[in-house]
Design a protein around this ligand. Structure first.
Ligand code: PLP
Length: 212
């Protein structure tokens, strides 16, 4: 599917689920994609929100694409020694531990700008990333102490989850964000973004589908 097709699909899903038009934003996941393909398949259609998983790749691409007005999203796991590469980023989707937010806040003093944050919720799978639901409120309050802005929650469905389990996870995540008074919900990828829109996603992270 092309970017215009995915955007049209998002608008149709919004209508179908009774949500205002434009309430779901596309983050085009461009990890592993060459710059030429990103320009042709995403930027050419006026889409500017790009998601990268690896901090170094994000830094390198941002340096080569300064001519374009890009909103960079970090969607990967954050390692301490890579946080310095996140200067171009507007929104960090995957905060799992308080130290990550503290390190970003410290680095941001030197950047002269600071990204907003989303807390990644654990999805119930063994050995997977994210804040455990029972720790969410405490982590949220500690992350707020850094002075950075927490805008919402992010979640990924387990690889083996069926539609019903995925929808339940997304709805549960939406409820937790609502309870914390957080407006943004980053959930849904190439295979499950329709379910995410149904559950209230405000940001869908779609990669493979845009580059087939
Ligand atoms: C790769 C990735 C995506 C995009 O996945 P696709 O299946 O390519 O759409 C979304 N979110 C995260 C966190 C990712 O790592």
């Amino acid at each position: 599917m092309s970017v215009p097709e995915v955007l049209a699909h998002l608008r149709a899903l919004e209508t179908e689920t009774g949500r205002p038009s434009g309430s779901v934003r596309l983050v085009a996941v461009t990890k592993g994609q060459p710059i030429e393909a990103i320009r042709e398949r995403v930027l050419a259609y006026g889409e500017h929100a790009l998601g990268e998983g690896r901090a170094q790749e994000l830094r390198d691409k941002a340096a080569l694409m300064t001519d374009a007005d890009i909103e960079w999203h970090s969607i990967g796991t954050l390692q301490r020694n890579k946080i310095k590469y996140l200067k171009p980023v507007t929104l960090v989707h995957g905060i799992e531990e308080v130290w990550q937010a503290e390190a970003i806040a410290q680095a941001a003093e030197g950047w002269g700008r600071a990204p907003d944050l989303l807390l990644q919720l654990h999805n119930g799978e063994e050995q997977k990333h994210g804040v455990r639901p029972e720790q969410l409120s405490a982590v949220y309050h500690q992350v707020m102490q850094t002075g950075l802005k927490v805008r919402g929650l992010m979640v990924m469905a387990p690889d083996d989850a069926d539609e019903e389990a995925t929808l339940r996870l997304f709805e549960d995540t939406a409820r937790r964000a609502h309870d914390l008074g957080l407006p943004e919900l980053s959930m849904g990828m190439s295979d499950d973004y329709p379910l995410a829109v149904r559950a209230g996603a405000t940001l869908v992270r779609v990669g493979r589908r845009l580059f087939l």
